[in-house]
Write a protein that binds this ligand. Structure first.
Ligand code: 5GP
Ligand code: ZN
Length: 113
């Protein structure tokens, strides 16, 4: 998807601060952090929204959640906790239509960020 900003980040056409990468997953720092730690985790497969997920995506989504947990521990967030967020479509506040999970932490978060 050449017009997708996160596909362009995957293809390194747009620079990002990469936290983790493998064949299926990319994790990188959010350019506009809403907490001391704000990392985005995405599948390399272009899936537009949570609503577009199918059974065949369940493994990579599971891996993303596990990787979020591991990164949280690496960043020292595991003791006090953290938040994993997916915004789906307009009412969910989604702005980038390549599915992503926000990992937020490093301070006591408000109810909504
Ligand atoms: P959404 O509102 O779609 O759930 O979140 C999109 C997130 O992507 C926002 O937190 C925004 O700051 C982040 N973002 C948008 N464009 C870029 C970019 O070019 N690079 C990075 N690293 N983050 C981006
Ligand atoms: Zn994409």
């Amino acid at each position: 998807m050449s017009d997708c900003i996160f596909c362009r980040i995957i293809n390194q056409e747009i620079p990002s601060k990469i936290v983790y990468e493998d064949d299926e997953i990319l994790a990188f720092e959010d350019v506009n952090p809403l907490a001391p730690i704000h990392i985005l985790l995405i599948p390399k497969k272009h899936i537009a929204t949570m609503d577009d997920v199918t059974e065949e995506d369940s493994a990579v989504l599971g891996r993303i959640l596990l990787k979020a947990k591991e990164i949280a521990a690496e960043k020292g967030l595991n003791e006090n906790g953290y938040r994993i967020v997916n915004n789906c479509k307009a009412h969910g506040g989604q702005e980038v239509f390549h599915i992503h999970f926000h990992l937020l932490g490093g301070e006591k978060l408000g109810l909504f960020v």
